[in-house]
Design a protein around this ligand. Structure first.
Ligand SMILES: [Zn+2]
Length: 209
């Protein structure tokens, strides 16, 4: 498969932030290892968008907010919500991009999860599956047609973004070697099955030569 980027392609770099990297509050194993691969991809795309998980203190996705166990799940108005350690609190060092990430050429940063009651895994929709982030409109207005997703973590924010890209009418790819997984309770296997079922295509950095 050759997916050499054209002016219709956009790279969406999901949540490459300190809290998801080594030593972070919600560490994704090996998260920081993807930074060189992500930077190499950034260099190949004319259009790059970043997402940044961006929660207010006491966010509804934090276990501490509910006095509950981390990684447990609760029922909320929009379905089942996994409860996470406090992470990516707005303006804290943990919410910053990894210091080696080459963000300079990014044309848009989508911040997500800033509404206290609703989490947002996807770059396109909040977890209520209804509230749009504006990314679909942005890509449509710019004439971008193919979405290539990389970042953290493949079984949550990357998968939700890639699936929603299909839902929004874009061709959607996940660059697997430029991602890492949280893999809690079979989430990686489930996410991969959902992506394939939806029509997300799996790609590798080498495809973008
Ligand atoms: Zn979050």
């Amino acid at each position: 498969m050759s997916t050499k980027p054209s002016d219709k392609d956009v790279l969406v770099v999901v949540d490459v932030q300190n809290d998801f990297c080594g030593g972070g509050a919600l560490e994704v194993r090996g998260g920081e290892e993807i930074v060189p691969a992500v930077n190499a991809l950034i260099g190949k795309f004319d259009h790059v968008v970043f997402t940044q998980d961006w929660h207010p203190p006491g966010h509804g996705s934090f276990a501490s907010t509910h006095n509950a166990q981390m990684f447990s799940a609760i029922n909320v108005s929009y379905g089942i919500q996994t409860l996470w350690p406090n992470h990516c609190v707005q303006g804290t060092p943990g919410s910053d991009f990894h210091p080696d990430l080459k963000t300079t050429t990014g044309e848009l940063i989508i911040r997500k999860g800033f509404r206290k009651e609703v989490d947002s895994y996807s770059a396109f929709f909040e977890n209520d599956q209804l509230t749009q982030t504006g990314l679909k409109g942005y890509l449509n207005e710019r004439g971008l047609e193919r979405v290539h997703v990389c970042g953290l973590a493949i079984d949550f924010c990357v998968a939700f973004s890639a699936i929603d890209a299909v839902r929004c009418g874009f061709e959607s790819f996940v660059v697997e070697d430029a991602c890492r997984a949280i893999d809690v309770d079979g989430s990686l296997e489930h996410a991969k099955a959902m992506m394939l079922k939806t029509g997300v295509k799996m790609a590798a950095s080498a495809d973008y030569a």
